[in-house]
Design a protein around this ligand. Sequence first.
Ligand SMILES: *[C@@H]1O[C@H](CO)[C@@H](O)[C@H](O)[C@H]1NC(C)=O
Ligand SMILES: *[C@@H]1O[C@H](CO)[C@@H](O)[C@H](O)[C@H]1NC(C)=O
Ligand SMILES: *[C@@H]1O[C@H](CO)[C@@H](O)[C@H](O)[C@H]1NC(C)=O
Length: 503
Amino acid sequence: ASLSLHLLLSVLSRSVYQNPCDAPSPRQTHLHTLRALVDTNYTSRMSDNHASYAKIPPDTRKVDSSHMDSNGPQKLAEKDPMGSGMSKLEALFSHPLYNMPTPPIHEDDWLLKVKHKGKALTSAMTQPIGTGAVTATPPPPPPRLRFHLGISRWQLYPHLDPNMASLAQQLSTHRIVSADVLQKSGGTQLKLVMSFPNYGQAMLKPIKQERDEETNFNLYYFSDFERHNAEIAAFHRDRVLGYRRIPPAVGRLVDVVTEIKDITTDHKLARTFFTSPVFLLQHAVCGRPQNLEASLAMMLPDPSLATRRTWRSPWKCSYSRSKLAVWEKNPDYCDTVKTPPYNKGTRLVDLIDMTILDFLMGNMDRHHYETFEKFGNNTFLLHLDNGKAFGRHSTDEPSILTPLEQCCRIRRSTLLHLRLLSLPQYRLSDVMRDSLSHDPLFSVAPLLSALHLSALDRRLVTVLQTVSCCQERQRSRHGEGDDVIYENVTDYKTLVNHVTPAR
Ligand SMILES: *[C@@H]1O[C@H](CO)[C@@H](O)[C@H](O)[C@H]1NC(C)=O
Ligand SMILES: *[C@@H]1O[C@H](CO)[C@@H](O)[C@H](O)[C@H]1NC(C)=O
Ligand SMILES: *[C@@H]1O[C@H](CO)[C@@H](O)[C@H](O)[C@H]1NC(C)=O
């Protein structure tokens, strides 16, 4: 076991992309890596982890803990992922890096409280008020409620969430009982909120019309919408990176007559379907309901239950052609950013994580991000509204990476994930292709074209190159490149020690 872990670590530590500023350094040998991993203070959190889950009622916050068995990590390290018949995604998700024990989740670290006795939040929320049904064993909460109950200070859902499949299934098949336009206060952005019989709700974004004018005219009401496939791909992308900060989004063919026009109470929306001549023509000619490709994204808990706070990105674009934003003029801009909340905790590296995600998918539309108010400044960042991503595959937008370039700071866990995804057997584009093939719309058409997928690999190289340049620059200044890494992989050390007990 220890040999295979050596190999694993050496692969990881050598997978840095070779580039002009990446001089070979003896510090990068796997022996050094291994010693660094072992020689540091750590605490075993495996048992704590089990204990904390034991306090949560089963079925509500259950995660698949099979990878946290006492021999789990060993087994995983020994496994040859590619020889085992696993899919690319399964192989990636069973890699030890994705299965490091996580710190225990305390009661206050859950977004929503679960009442242990009497009428739990679960039954209060799933049964219509006034039915008064008090059953001894309430039915298990529906998938969307389990999703809400699983939101913690650190992520939206756990790795290998057993709830994910049923959640996706519901979003893509459950009957839609109402469709309403959600008008964001102050924004021009249109969104449709679809409701399901069990009070679940999802945000709908339809396919973005092709360049073709007829289609444009047909769907003019939707011209404000963002791309449905970007929304879906962003969810997969975020999950593949191990972030889990984007709400689940799945594809669905929506019948625009029965599932939107007939049930909406929004007259303007309904009228659109009557008055769009191209639509009516097509409908008459084909004699069958028109299916519209759309993405349905899980709604987060209602703000009345969980308030969210919106933060302006410090690297927001200036939107003025004549005037540069402050960060464009000042190479030391990052120093001015390091005031509250960016001077404490993980906020800065969280922002860098978001930067990397956005660069990979070419999303320039991130002016703001959100957090859950309950968790204060010490929490993960929600990456909402990704519909403008994946617009271009032929060019990259280097300005998106500015925060990483200027701050030269990245989480160890993020860097390890990125390096893993740059290895041939876990190649990002392959894993993404596999992941997206599980979406219901895959049978209609691939959600990302081959060109978009290969752009991901190219951009990943750029990110790793940027990190290497940062390390090189810092080494040339004061001999060490360590300031670049925000060390957060104590659990990885636990894993190493677990396999090689002699210290
Ligand atoms: C090592 O970890 C333990 C447990 O978390 C802690 O009490 C101790 O202060 C740590 N030691 C050092 C040197 O950081
Ligand atoms: C959270 O960040 C804000 C700055 O945006 C700051 O005013 C506040 O003091 C911070 N709270 C804590 C507890 O650090
Ligand atoms: C390191 O950061 C990642 C990403 O936020 C997180 O999933 C992981 O739990 C962190 N590790 C520790 C030991 O906190």
